[in-house]
Unconditional design. Sequence first.
Length: 214
Amino acid sequence: MLLVLCCSCIAQSVELSQLAVNYRNEIKLPTVASELDNRVVVDKALLNGLLFGAPEEKAKFYASNGKLINVTTYGAIVEKPFEYETWEKINGEVKWFNKSFDTKAYALGHIALDKNYHVWVTEIIGFQKAYIDLYVFDKNGKLKSLVNLYEAEYESSGEPSKIANVYIMSTITENGTIEWKEDRFNVKTTREYQLQSDGYFKVIKQRSEGEFEP
């Protein structure tokens, strides 16, 4: 068991070192997550290895009640292009054809919140949605915490240029506080996150209004 843990730590450390070069750009604060545009292509397999190489190491955060809980709003990045069928009306006639979609992962840079941790911001352009996520790793590559900074849904799957709905928006203030807003199913939620000394984000303020409409 100890040997497995050691191998896992070594693998994480290697992946961290290989990916770190992509996140060299320092993101100056304050900033709006959706306005970051210094994109560097990331090796999706390497990033998945760092995020999910040790299944027992889930990203966590402190809820407003102080309880440390798992982040459930992230998953593996699709690594290979895939084919799908779609249609288009041409001269009044529906034409079906095949297309290919390749999920993109971009490093947007790092934020100097705590010298003991790597704080990386990554943009994922998926088939149905686009995301911007903030990861916190310790110096050995262990995933500590994660905050979803931005989430947008497309009008049509596979068409990232046409945004239909933006569900999550975030601003990071000069002192590193994440001002987070979600508008989904007629419920509006605002939160403030702050990074704690143990590497986990904590919800220091939260407010919700509206009534859930599925």
